[in-house]
Design a protein around this ligand. Structure first.
Ligand SMILES: *Cc1c(COP(=O)(O)O)cnc(C)c1O
Length: 369
């Protein structure tokens, strides 16, 4: 029996050919293909501007740079997120202010953010965890009311649909990642999309060493550029995204139907305002007491499962730096302790899926607490 991975990208002949053509053309650094990739992602999301970069950490970082966020400033972010969301705040010398999350969606709500706003707050960041969009309208209201810009770490939600619209136009800026296990991939890569022209113009400069015209550096920038080789792969990936996501939707439906019937396994919750989660990850929720045993059992069955990332406040670096306790953000910690990511990828097939469901069912029927 083969090992079933947690995710597997659909990289085929088209991507190989596209990359080959770019290499053969002799222009392999940032050029026309990057522009074309930006245009195709704008068309897909409905956003006006797209700025491609080397990864989804640079994209987040560049937005904070463009907003001139620095020492003395605060940025509010969820504790339950990937490390980049917090690191970029520290790169700028600003202070990350963490907040808890909703135990049902794992995402943050305006209530969580609102409690943390001070006169020093320069931005708040939300994360569409596991591909489930936050309730964007409520954050827009908060932004309008307070004048604080909303940055969306949408690394996991490219292709998710919120109130009939793709994620990418709701917040002040959205950051996407094209790492290998993301919804589409270029190996490494990222893009900011925004409807704000001023932000776009600044990011174009920041991405390219703060350069406006050759060797004329008007801003403090960095080298956040994407290569044409990767952009060519991205262009092919964008053509496939809806077929990938629709397949994941049906896999998720099968899973949820099966898990609703199994005592002790709770399928993910999808609120009404979400028409389609991207299903970046499919996470079941279990009693924390059996989490490890179930994961060990699945590993013995050659099925990959993941705990996903621990909340930032228990990461050793942050825990020491800010003196956090495990229960400083207790909902974030509880979420982490109860969920298990199980394999979901477009081409996994019915047979693999049935096997996964059977194994989980088997474990739950025989478990000893
Ligand atoms: C993947 C991811 C990132 C970082 O993207 P990279 O391209 O790996 O730098 C940031 N935030 C979240 C929530 C992610 O899942």
């Amino acid at each position: 029996m083969n090992f079933i991975p947690i995710a597997s990208p659909r990289i085929q002949e088209e991507e190989a050919k596209a990359a080959y053509e770019v290499v053969k053309s002799g222009w392999i650094s940032m050029g026309k293909k990057v522009q074309e990739f930006e245009k195709s992602l704008c068309e897909y999301t409905g956003a006006k501007y797209g700025i491609a970069m080397n990864n989804g950490t640079s994209t987040l970082h560049s937005i904070l740079m463009a907003l001139n966020i620095g020492p003395g400033d605060e940025v509010i972010i969820p504790s339950l997120t990937y490390i980049s969301s917090a690191n970029v705040v520290l790169y700028q010398g600003a202070t990350p202010i963490f907040c808890d999350n909703d135990p049902l969606t794992y995402n943050v709500t305006t209530d969580h953010i609102r409690k943390k706003i001070t006169p020093k707050t320069k931005a708040f960041m939300t994360v569409d965890l596991k591909g489930l969009p936050v309730d964007y309208d409520s954050f827009n209201e908060l932004s309008e009311e307070t004048g604080i810009p909303h940055i969306s770490d949408s690394a996991e939600s490219l292709g998710s649909i919120y109130k009939e619209k793709k994620v990418g136009t709701q917040a002040f800026a959205h950051s996407f990642s094209f790492f290998a296990n993301k919804n589409i991939t270029t190996g490494e890569g990222g893009m900011v999309v925004t409807n704000n022209k001023e932000l776009n113009d600044k990011l174009v400069i920041i991405r390219n060493q703060g350069q406006e015209g050759r060797y004329n550096h008007t801003l403090l920038g960095n080298n956040f550029r994407m290569t044409d080789i990767l952009a060519a792969i991205g262009i092919e990936q964008i053509k496939k995204i809806d077929s990938l996501l629709n397949k994941k939707v049906s896999i998720a439906e099968n899973y949820s139907k099966a898990f609703n019937e199994i005592d002790g396994i709770e399928p993910p919750f999808v609120p009404n305002y979400v028409n389609r989660p991207s299903w970046y990850m499919y996470s079941i929720r279990v009693n924390p007491l059996i989490q490890k045993d179930l994961i060990d059992y699945m590993t013995r069955c050659k099925i990959d499962t993941r705990l996903s990332f621990p909340p930032i406040h228990i990461q050793p670096f942050y825990k020491n730096k800010f003196n956090f306790k495990v229960n400083s953000y207790s909902k974030a910690y509880d979420s982490f302790k109860s969920f298990i990511d199980i394999p979901i990828w477009a081409d996994m097939g019915n047979k693999n899926q049935s096997l996964i469901i059977d194994k989980i069912k088997n474990f739950m029927n025989n478990k000893v607490l």
